[in-house]
Write a protein of this length. Structure first.
Length: 146
């Protein structure tokens, strides 16, 4: 008789709640990941705009465009953390200069800086490029000009 007066959830009710939570999570997690990627891409796009304007200032002061480490220093490490000559890491992106070690003569003519995001386990590779024209181009996954 004591069992008849007990209150609580049955095993079936608890399993139903777990299944519903699983369904909601399976819908929500990919949307969350997509939102995170979009936010990271937007942040890199903003950083590349700042790089382009800093390059204009550098050219005015020095008669040539700056190497990536010089531009990063001019931005008070605003691009990110230096990990090698003309390589800067920010979040999931690696910024690199093309060519990797440009000469002063090449930098009088122009520059190209790429930002590439490739995370282990993620099939999507994102790559953006900015050059002396100031235009930012999405190279991967597909070309989009901004």
């Amino acid at each position: 008789m004591e069992n008849a007066n007990q209150k609580g959830f049955s095993l079936v009710e608890l399993l139903l709640v777990v299944v519903i939570i699983g369904i909601i999570a399976s819908i929500g997690i990919p949307a969350l990941q997509k939102g995170i990627r979009a936010a990271e891409n937007g942040a890199v796009f903003g950083t590349m705009r700042t790089v382009a304007s800093t390059q204009v200032n550098f050219f005015t002061a020095n008669g040539r465009f700056g190497r990536l480490d010089e531009v990063n220093a001019a931005m008070s490490r605003g691009i990110g953390r230096s990990v090698g000559p003309n390589q800067v890491e920010r979040s999931q992106f690696m910024f690199e200069m093309v060519p990797a070690s440009p000469t002063d003569t090449e930098l009088r003519e122009g520059y190209t800086i790429t930002a590439t995001r490739q995370v282990t386990g993620d099939t999507n590779i994102y790559q953006f490029e900015v050059n002396q024209s100031g235009y930012i181009t999405q190279v991967l996954p597909g070309p989009l000009d901004y």
